[in-house]
Design a protein around this ligand. Structure first.
Ligand SMILES: Cc1ncc(COP(=O)(O)O)c(C=O)c1O
Length: 366
């Protein structure tokens, strides 16, 4: 599916230059159709809850295929926080290394651990971002885990995973990656990086409803984890309802959460849509457009928050410009971006075009 055909799947793009996928993307037609059909059959009583209940299982398989990993490594969860907290609960004693400004679902689960058992080493920003070499320097013998986002929305920076993998391997520490803000547009090299855990909430770049999340765990780490909320979904299918023993499967399905059916029905349609896109072409497209905006904004006198731009997310500082006036201009042109304090952020999905970027730049011209 080419870019124009992909964009045509998003009705909102006819009205909006939608550059706020880091917040939430607009619904895609196949996802909306799947959800709409489900609501209609719910209303008509024309459904089987057992079919709905199977959606998370299909969502696991489709995600595994999309990611190029074995489905036995994939857990179906409700959020990234759940994935991180599950990993946190299985850690041996020892320090955890995490960027100071991490998204809280990948920070608070570590901070919630007993600090005398698992102290958290928080690595601060320098020049507006977390330097990979600072994380590497903080990973010491005894460190049990380094947790990091694949692309931080505060600045659009993607860490050097090869360096983090080498540093964690050297001391036997785990590498936990939160790929919620990249998976769906940036490729992730599972074979090269071999993350111990990679968690993705599907409602952003994976175009799914909120409530469908995945965690990919390396086979050698699965046995050390147990479900946070053991339930009727914690055994292998067919699922029983009453009595019995808690017999956890050997694969990553042992961590499955009791699923929000409709989220998974939408997620299946979203992955089917994303699977029709050439991943390399989408990645090139989104990075090129983000750079076009970042460079255009700099030409207009906005101050980039980093000295480089390499991902699909770009952020600038508006300086002493009036944020209210800027917001009005952006709204007036139907541009969806994030303006928080003095920070202006865009995030580019494959449905965006150069016209979207230029429309936002036009609104930013004072
Ligand atoms: C990097 C990142 N991770 C995770 C999430 C969502 O967290 P959770 O799945 O715990 O709701 C977000 C939402 O903005 C995010 O930006």
């Amino acid at each position: 599916m080419d870019q124009a055909a992909f964009r045509a799947q998003f009705p909102a793009t006819a009205q909006w230059a939608w550059l706020d996928t880091p917040g939430s993307p607009p619904g895609a037609t196949p996802v909306l159709d799947a959800l709409g059909g489900t609501l209609r059959s719910w209303a008509a009583g024309d459904f089987s809850w057992r079919d709905w209940d199977w959606a998370a299982e299909v969502g696991r398989e489709r995600f595994a295929e999309y990611a190029g990993v074995d489905p036995g490594r994939v857990s179906v969860l409700g959020s990234v926080a759940e994935g991180a907290a599950t990993v946190a609960a299985g850690l041996p004693p020892g320090p955890i290394v995490v960027p100071d400004e991490e998204f809280r679902s990948n920070l608070f689960p570590w901070l919630a651990l007993r600090p005398d058992r698992n102290p958290v080493v928080r690595v601060p920003f320098r020049d507006g971002y977390t330097h990979t070499e600072d994380l590497v320097a903080a990973i010491r013998p005894g460190t049990v885990l380094c947790a990091v986002s694949d692309t931080l929305t505060a600045n659009g920076v993607r860490p050097d995973f090869a360096a983090l993998r080498a540093a964690t391997d050297e001391v036997g520490a785990r590498l936990f990656v939160d790929a919620t803000q990249s998976f769906g547009v940036l490729r992730f090299d599972f074979d090269g990086i071999r993350p111990d855990h990679l968690a993705v909430h599907g409602y952003k770049w994976m175009l799914s409803p909120r409530g469908a999340a995945w965690m990919v765990t390396r086979p050698d780490r699965i046995a050390e984890l147990a479900p946070l909320l053991p339930s009727w979904k914690s055994t292998a299918p067919p699922f029983g309802y009453f009595g019995g023993e808690l017999d956890l499967p050997a694969d990553a399905s042992r961590l499955d959460t009791s699923p929000a059916w409709f989220s998974w029905i939408g997620a299946i349609a979203a992955i089917e849509l994303l699977s029709q896109v050439d991943k390399a072409e989408a990645e090139r497209h989104v990075i090129d457009l983000a750079s076009r905006w970042w460079e255009g904004a700099a030409e207009l006198g906005y101050r980039p928050v980093t000295t480089f731009q390499r991902t699909h997310i770009a952020v600038v500082d508006i300086g002493d410009r009036d944020p209210e006036l800027l917001r009005q201009r952006l709204d007036g042109r139907h541009a969806k971006v994030q303006l928080a304090g003095s920070r202006l952020r865009i995030g580019v999905h494959y449905f965006n075009t150069a016209d979207d970027i230029d429309l936002v730049l036009e609104a930013m011209r004072s």
